[in-house]
Ligand binder design. Structure first.
Ligand code: ZN
Length: 323
């Protein structure tokens, strides 16, 4: 009854070019979990050593041919950038909202591809070159805000979910994975295709390749002077990051959650220094530089100490007690 799909080496190569931004990945369980009754995702580990298993062309091929199903991560932690943005919607009227978003994207001359899912859909935007996760998120949140499309995590139970789900992730962290397109959903036992092309692997990949990719120049233009909604920035700081060991660490402090509007200059975010601002300085709002690839590192050009900056935002550096 089921058709046999063959993933050629060329198809695998094109799939990697479109979707794979790092070699970590997840696998969807072949059987539902005992507790949840749902097909869950896990990070594969080597038998015996428990070492992480990295994504290969062979695994992509198995995904496309339907013998396994993988999940893909949006952000590469070495650059905090992604190759794509996916908007996941699975509530009542989810498709209406996705189509509204697609319409608005088209008005911005941004191509997007609508993929079916079990209860709604995923809307994909591909990027000409890897772009900063934070900048991508600002664009989608702004778009949703202008259209009145609800976003999950802004106090609403139902709404779209934006992948990447984080502005940045720590070294050794993963963020959230989304089901890799064009595979077989284990729970539904079927493939979910993109609407824009025939239902064959070749036609689908060919269609995705032809879409115009969003450039950095366009994204910077769309997000100029904009930032994430305040409630999203605060919620992000409360999300525990899952680390390499799979242990939940306590929410990490991130300076980006406490500063005002940022812009990107070279390798840094530039924004007003909270400590300078408290003293009535830095009217230009450009004294504080925060390293994009690792926001733990920040520096005030006027010489405020880290302790002063932390105190100014009401998050003093914890005092180390010695016995
Ligand atoms: Zn300062």
């Amino acid at each position: 009854m089921s058709r046999r799909y063959v993933a050629t080496a060329e198809l695998v190569k094109e799939y990697i070019a479109l979707f794979v931004n790092r070699r970590a990945y997840t696998v969807q369980s072949t059987h539902p979990g005992a507790g949840s009754g749902r097909h869950y995702y896990y990070r594969p580990k080597a038998k015996g050593s428990g070492a992480p298993v990295w994504l290969t062309g062979q695994t992509i091929s198995a995904h496309l041919e339907g013998s396994m199903t993988i999940g893909l991560y949006a952000i590469n932690p070495s650059s905090q950038r992604c190759k794509w943005v996916a908007i996941d919607a699975d509530y009542a009227h989810a498709m209406d909202d996705l189509i509204k978003l697609q319409f608005q994207l088209t008005a911005d001359h941004v191509d997007s591809a609508l993929e079916m899912s079990r209860r709604g859909g995923h809307l994909w935007i591909f990027l000409a070159a890897p772009l900063l996760a934070r900048q991508c998120r600002i664009y989608i949140y702004d778009l949703a805000g202008r259209l009145g499309v609800p976003v999950k995590g802004t106090g609403l139970a139902d709404g779209i979910e934006v992948f990447p789900k984080h502005d940045s992730i720590a070294t050794g962290a993963f963020g959230n994975a989304i089901r890799g397109p064009l595979g077989v959903h284990r729970g539904a036992g079927r493939r979910f295709w993109f609407y824009g092309a025939d239902y064959t692997l070749e036609a689908q990949v060919e269609y995705l390749k032809r879409l115009k990719k969003l450039s950095e120049e366009e994204l910077l233009r769309f997000t100029a002077g904009k930032d994430l909604p305040a409630e999203v920035r605060q919620a992000a700081s409360r999300v525990p990051q899952i680390t390499e060991q799979g242990t939940r660490s306590k929410p990490k402090f991130c300076i980006l959650d406490y500063v005002g509007k940022t812009r990107i200059v070279g390798k840094n975010y530039v924004t007003q220094c909270p400590s300078c601002a408290q003293a009535g300085h830095d009217r230009g709002g450009d004294n504080l530089a925060i390293l994009v690839s690792d926001p733990r590192f920040y520096l005030c050009w006027a010489g405020c100490k880290k302790e002063m900056i932390r105190a100014a935002i009401g998050h003093p550096i914890p005092v180390q007690r010695t016995a």
